[in-house]
Write a protein that binds this ligand. Sequence first.
Ligand code: SAM
Length: 309
Amino acid sequence: MLQRTQFLKRILTLNRLNRIQLRCSSTGTTSDEVSHFESLASTWWDVNGSQAILHRMNLARLDFVQRIIRNSIALNEEPTKASQDDVYIPGYNYKAFFPKEVSNAVSQDIRMTASSKLQKMKLNVLDVGCGGGILSESMGRLPFIKHVTGIDLAPDCITVAKSHARSDPLLQGKVSYHVKSLENVKGKFDIVTCFEMLEHVDHPEAILNHAWKRLNKEGILFISTINKDLVSWFTTIFVAENILGIVPRGTHHLSKYVNSKDIVQWFQKNEGSKYELLDLKGTMFIPIKGWVEHDCPNVGNYIMAIRKE
Ligand SMILES: C[S@@+](CC[C@H](N)C(=O)[O-])C[C@H]1O[C@@H](n2cnc3c(N)ncnc32)[C@H](O)[C@@H]1O
């Protein structure tokens, strides 16, 4: 009996040591941030609980991800490999020149070809800062996703994510979760997601650097986070945390917010011509409509997709 107690104590001490090491080796995430999310883990999947706002934005994020992937599918092979299945895409604005019936037929052909190519894809995803798994799970259910690896520094969030995923047989073998820092991830992925996590780290550029290294050529990095401006402070801290209470107090710190133009500049400086900004949209929450996209990505929340060339 004594031996068993000692053994358990040893395991807990080792666990604690592991946690401390993880926090130290993380890409600038303080233990306060990790403890904050650990304390919210038990209510992660309550759609009206601590992560209500993530549940509400999830469909909009999925729409964005699917649209970007669909639009970035190369419809035609190189000319030498062209087959009868390839779709003819006019190299000009055909909608303005062709009669309506013809341009509709071309559009439909393009859509159908993209859909059938999408159904055959089997993409591997790395979800950085997955928390309790809201995004990882919904990505795992998409037919063209082979596997989602979710990583987070908060062990309690990972425990919740694992346990929630076990309740859906469709997710078995499609998602896996690990308490791990990004710099310790091995292997390459077709998609890397950093959703609502860059605003919680001290060195976002280190996250960009490591996330980029984990991408396959032609892979896509998806980011959603918050610009450092007064509008963001007003909506995400003053209103959401202090007035409405739909986000737990202390979740956000204006000083950690990251401007979308700084992310673009980081890519210009570090990746030169080896990246393509596929899309960058502002996002906002409208109570009667939910999360919507808009064309002012330099204000408030935003979402973006960058492809590795
Ligand atoms: C607001 S939650 C977002 C969860 C999830 N990405 C989503 O949008 O549904 C932020 C998460 O990032 C995690 N996190 C913060 N810094 C991290 C880091 N350096 N590496 C991995 N996870 C981190 C936190 O523990 C927390 O679970």
